[in-house]
Design a protein around this ligand. Sequence first.
Ligand SMILES: [Fe+2]
Ligand SMILES: [Fe+2]
Length: 456
Amino acid sequence: MKTPIKIDELIEVVRKGGVVQTGVDVYNKRGILLIEKDVSIRSVNILLTLKQNGLFDVPIDYKKAGGMWDRNGLLVETRKRASDQVRTNKETALSELKKKVEEVMELKAEAKALHQRAKENIKKVIKEIKRSGGKFDQNIIEGIVDELFIFLTRKGNAFSYLTKEIFTYDEFLYNHSVNVCTLGTAVLLRFCEEFGEMINKQLNQLYRHDTRLSVSENMTSYILYYPEELKEISVGMFLHDIGKVLISEQVLNKKEKITNDELQLLNTHSYELGAKLLEKNGIYNAFISNVVKYHHSALYSAETKTYPTDRLPIEIPPYVKICKLADLYDSMTSKRSYKEAENPVTVVTEIFRKYAGKEDIVLQIILHAFVSIVGIYPSGSVVYLQNGQLAYVVDSVGPICIPITDRYGNAVSRPQDPFDISSIDEGNAGFKIDRRKTPLSPKETSDLLPDYLKAV
Ligand SMILES: [Fe+2]
Ligand SMILES: [Fe+2]
């Protein structure tokens, strides 16, 4: 076990007549050997030179021949230091993780309140459309989207922490509008960032080789969408299924297999009914109408069950493609009258497999942004660990998990300490995710979840 010791401490030991031996070869960042593992350092000058050359911490391997000894040959608290250091590192990591979990819970509560407000407003809008035969107040929609958008840009992808309602499907359309808008917008923002960086890099390369231009490296700044356009796209995502308001509940929530005619009617919600509703309300914005009309279009040439078919996949704008992925993810992970909710872990993998490696390079960047926002193990999912325990994913980054059962699958009532899967060492491999086991369904997950994790 290598423990980094400040070089000043080593200097102090040697200055007082002691000896230092690292027990391991010490290299600098460029891979040049600075201290051999079995060399005993008795000269302060050697250490001072190393410090002057940027070496501030020296690894000492106490389990090998490493250590520090005083002028009488007594070990300078080395073994104690090593174990103390490990313990301190573990304690710091745990308190940071606990802080992160608290932050997630706070964000979750904030996001939940905002989600609820947005849902109530979309309910009002839908009621209004039904009452008036198609007219609605655009200001209400813009107000909601503004709030969601500001929250997303300030707090990152906070909505990803929200637990989904999996026992009811009555409010699907309301929840779905908010979910697609928030997830779609988060993916859109990430995509713009990644795409912009890529284009800027390419442009800078071109400028560098073009002697006719005198543009400095930092002068190119490509922006895919202006902020006001991003908001219009968010509005489009919020309204993407608005055409469904004109289809009867009977058809929308039918438990039995729907007939061909009903399927045809359902499909019109985008390119016909949705488009008509926008027109009726004087909305001619291309971003909004493209999302509404084309969010079920093919993303690659051989994709089936897509509509309408008047545009090639390459002609579908990136933000519409993003809306389609967000729509798919939310539909698959939601409970409907005719199906149970699917586990988010399985859904991400399915979506990734379906669209990865297709001909469209922009689609691949979108997919990358989508997976980096949702995560391979989305927040709120439950995974099996290699030691047989089940763990709840608090944050998809890491992922950070909290065990919810013992090794035999029995629920544990006492809150467990969180841990970060990405920093599990080989000695604790049992805490790694068992990828061979199929994750639980959201319903099974919910049955096992302790109250303190259900709370928000
Ligand atoms: Fe749709
Ligand atoms: Fe949808």
